[in-house]
Design a protein around this ligand. Structure first.
Ligand SMILES: Nc1nc2c(ncn2[C@@H]2O[C@H](COP(=O)(O)OP(=O)(O)OP(=O)(O)O)[C@@H](O)[C@H]2O)c(=O)[nH]1
Ligand SMILES: [Mg+2]
Length: 614
């Protein structure tokens, strides 16, 4: 007996923490086993950032029933992956934070799950939070279901009040939960068992991909029908309309490895049958949405569309004066090979050649999606440069230019509402909803061109003194919104190569926020800080104090410096302008002007003015 369940929610609402407790309470760990928190977030970037990046399968047993669980990422950039995963489960557990309530991503994944006819179980989670309002959130979720035209059966979903952290669930707030038994029971009662006929010919849809250097591509999906054995010859059908494939040729090959899931492990098996979720290898050409079948019954299942990218950046060979100092892999050949290799597992990514062999355009679902690729590559020893992100435009039905729009949700204390609206206006946003759930916070929802959000996050955090929370996700394509103003403040550009000294920064910091710190190496054209005014400024950050025999004032001796602004990759992506680049190496993230010498920049600016005037 099997149940297949995906856990879906907005980012941080507690999915992975809940899986920890499900594993623990279902006895997946040995009594004395030391298990890390959020054990499913197993890759280093996930642990560092505290978010799930890749969906992962696990399974537990409860009262003799195998429950396959897919833990999904909540960040909007990975919504497409969640959508694909929904094809291999028969039910969903929708988690909603008991204070935040349904968020844009909750809405997105819930809509997809309901549209597929999946039966939901709702967990109002984090009821242990002091600011939780489980009853209000319960109503909001019901409202969402109605909005999304849930069927009567879906509306009848069981609601549980849970604490992932404490590992408790209860159907009634008056009776605090003591463990997750009510949740396991709800899964057994409400998630329908998979339907496939175990005696029919083998059939399985590839819902997600995995990759190993040893086995190559690995397909993960639910067996729709029949059984498969290691060594069986099976067909891998090309993408196309569902139904029997009669004319087209198709590949046949032997299944080399077969795995099912159990706790934290993948277990190698000889045979698996209808309803179970398996990982299968043996074909180099495995692709999401293709169907595996028995060779004599090539019946194709409806495919899965992979989401189209919305933003793109250039990956450029590092040609800064410091190129090759940190990295192991720096040539254009190495960069190209690595980017193409990424396509094997990162299905929502696109890589395109450009006019220059040193530059590849890489397109993805958002800044986090692309930022994670960059971060992964620098850890592997790659060095490269990245341009400012651009949105990917499309042509509308009448040949007009369209651009991606996002839904932006901000939660801010009332007193900051004014400044937020003031800043978002010129970014071509349109407010679609304003709610005041109480406790002094307001929630504003906007529709805004994705371009309008570039660079906004840091302003937002400053404007709301770190008290605001913002989330955005792709909505749709809409009319091109016209030109948008760029960054308001100019940057300080180092005018020569050398070592940064405290004395120089001490003089500059009144008019600027520095990005560098004494002892850092800079080169001419590297960005050393942000000016408090518009317009770039060339500065000497290596300037030593003139040595004299006389001490003028005591304050010259011990200069107190503000800490530099920490430049993360995602921050840098939002920050830079078209004439700037990010230099990414295993040890450093530097910002620079594309044109390094002050003279050449002046010439370029003059040429641009002439071109504008003509
Ligand atoms: N107070 C409280 N905090 C919780 C609870 N569940 C999770 N958290 C915290 O919320 C944060 C996010 O938890 P995760 O389990 O990583 O959330 P997630 O839904 O898996 O997040 P993504 O995978 O990134 O979408 C962590 O700091 C958890 O400790 C809960 O029941 N109560
Ligand atoms: Mg998670």
């Amino acid at each position: 007996m099997i149940r297949n369940l995906a856990i879906i929610a907005h980012v941080d609402h507690g999915k992975t923490t809940l899986v920890d407790q499900m594993l623990r309470q279902a006895g997946a760990f040995r009594a004395n086993q030391q298990v890390e928190e959020r054990v499913m977030d197993s890759n280093p970037l996930e642990r560092e950032r505290g978010i799930t990046i890749l969906a992962k399968n696990t399974a537990v047993r409860w009262q003799g029933v195998k429950i396959n669980i897919v833990d999904t990422p909540g960040h909007a950039d990975f919504g497409g992956e969640v959508e694909r995963i929904l094809r291999m489960v028969d039910g969903v557990l929708i988690l909603v934070d008991a204070a935040e309530g349904p968020m844009p991503q909750t809405r997105f994944v819930t809509r997809k799950a309901l549209a597929l006819g999946l039966r939901p179980i709702v967990a109002i989670n984090k009821i242990d939070r002091a600011d939780s309002e489980p009853l209000r959130v319960h109503d909001e979720v019901l409202g969402l279901f109605i909005d999304l035209e849930a069927t009567p059966e879906q509306l009848d979903a069981p609601f549980l009040y849970t604490s992932s952290r404490a590992g408790t669930a209860t159907a009634e707030l008056d009776h605090p939960g003591t463990d997750l038994r009510p949740l396991f029971q709800a899964i057994l009662d409400y998630v329908p068992p998979p339907k496939g006929d175990p005696e029919g010919p083998f059939q399985m849809l590839v819902s997600t991909l995995d990759f190993s250097s040893f086995l190559g591509r690995i397909a993960i999906g639910r067996i729709e029908r029949g059984r498969v054995h290691v060594g069986d010859e099976v067909a891998l059908l090309p993408l196309g309309e569902p139904g029997l494939v009669t004319e087209e040729p198709f590949e046949r090959n032997r299944v080399t490895r077969l795995y099912t899931f159990d706790g934290l492990n993948r277990v190698e098996v000889d045979v698996a049958g209808a309803g179970d979720i398996v990982a299968l290898s043996g074909f180099e050409t495995i692709e999401i949405g293709r169907t595996f079948t028995a060779v004599d019954a090539p019946e194709r299942l409806a495919g899965i569309a992979v989401e189209e990218p919305t933003i793109s950046v250039d990956f450029i060979v590092n040609n800064s004066p410091f190129a090759g100092r940190d990295g192991k892999y720096v040539t254009s050949r190495q960069l190209k090979d690595r980017l193409y290799k990424e396509l094997e597992r990162n299905v929502a990514l696109r890589v395109e050649e450009t006019d220059s062999p040193d530059t590849h355009a890489v397109a993805g679902r958002g800044e986090l999606h692309l930022g994670i690729l960059m971060e992964t590559m620098r850890r592997e020893g790659y060095e490269f440069q990245v341009s400012r992100p651009r949105v990917i435009t499309r042509l509308g039905p009448h040949g007009e230019r369209l651009e991606p729009y996002e839904e932006l949700t901000v939660d801010v204390p009332e007193e900051y509402m004014g400044v937020v609206m003031e800043k978002l206006g010129p970014r071509r946003s349109e407010m679609t909803e304003m709610r005041n759930p109480g406790q002094g916070m307001v929630r504003l929802t906007f529709r805004i061109p994705a371009r309008g959000l570039f660079g906004y996050r840091s302003e937002f955090l400053t404007d709301t003194r770190g008290t605001g929370i913002m989330h955005h996700r792709f909505l749709d394509y809409g009319p091109w919104a016209g030109p948008l103003a760029g960054r308001k403040r100019g940057v300080l550009v180092a005018d020569r190569e050398g070592l940064v000294v405290a004395f120089a920064l001490g003089n500059l910091q009144e008019r600027a926020q520095m990005f560098v710190t004494p002892g850092d190496q800079v080169y001419e054209g590297m960005i050393a800080g942000e000016s408090s005014r518009p317009g770039d400024m060339d500065v000497n950050v290596t300037k030593e104090k003139k040595l004299t025999n006389m001490r003028t004032t005591a304050s010259d001796e011990n200069i107190i410096l503000e800490p530099p602004r920490q430049i993360t990759l995602e921050y840098a992506l939002e920050y830079i302008e078209e004439d700037e680049l990010i230099e990414v190496t295993p040890k450093n993230i530097r910002l620079r002007k594309r044109v390094l010498t002050a003279n050449d920049r002046k010439k370029a600016a003059r040429a641009a003015r002439v071109a504008d005037a003509s």
